[in-house]
Design a protein around this ligand. Structure first.
Ligand SMILES: [Fe+2]
Length: 213
């Protein structure tokens, strides 16, 4: 998970011709591969909504987390509809605990899927995660993306919280890759809910991404 959180910058070269683009799609893994992202397909619902609510929303009173945002195409301004975001994160003990056996057990029970609407919008209701016990990594929410026209999923920078005291020391050691843009969010309180806005840009700093001209 360290590699996913603190990934160094890759340079993503633009592709100049459609033929080359299609060649790259067929021969290289977009995003360079991802340890565990394939678990997004386990138990994935056939119909995915723009909003998802995990069990953590109901069980972690006082730590509710509501993340909203817009997913943009690689031009950074056109909303991207029908993009699936898969999220997973630790519980309030910093653990990926699961009642399930096998399957996606390694991602714990606090996981889910959203699909962006026509405006590229999504909404995740869950619980604010805690950092791993006795570790230097800040608390984080993993995000994996599956675009409708791409052959494979890829991961984006984790969502991390700017009030987390572990964040800056980690970034000093391992600069963020800014995959899909920065994952750092600022929390605002609305009653007992921690609100965060997190926008993503598809393909930004993603290796082998077939950028459109
Ligand atoms: Fe993690």
């Amino acid at each position: 998970m360290l590699a996913m959180l603190c990934w160094f910058l890759f340079s993503c070269k633009s592709q100049h011709e459609n033929t080359l683009k299609h060649e790259i799609i067929s021969t290289k893994i977009i995003g360079g591969g991802c340890d565990g992202c394939e678990l997004m397909y386990i138990d994935m619902p056939r119909h995915i909504n723009q909003t998802d609510t995990s069990s953590g929303w109901y069980t972690n009173i006082g730590h509710k987390l509501h993340v909203t945002g817009t997913v943009f195409k690689d031009d950074g301004k056109t909303p991207a509809p029908d993009v699936i975001l898969y999220y997973w994160h630790t519980n309030d003990k910093g653990l990926y605990e699961s009642k399930e056996e096998g399957g996606a057990r390694n991602h714990g029970d606090l996981r889910g899927w959203v699909k962006t609407d026509v405006s590229g919008r999504y909404s995740i209701c869950s619980a604010r995660p805690a950092p791993y016990p006795n570790d230097f990594l800040p608390a984080h929410v993993h995000i994996s993306v599956k675009e409708p026209d791409m052959p494979n999923e890829y991961y984006c920078d984790d969502i991390v919280f700017d009030d987390d005291t572990l964040l800056l020391p980690c970034l000093n050691r391992y600069p963020a890759a800014n995959r899909c843009g920065s994952g750092i969010v600022r929390i605002s309180l609305q009653n007992d809910v921690q609100m965060a806005v997190h926008d993503l840009v598809l393909g930004l700093n993603i290796p082998n991404y077939p950028h459109m001209k």
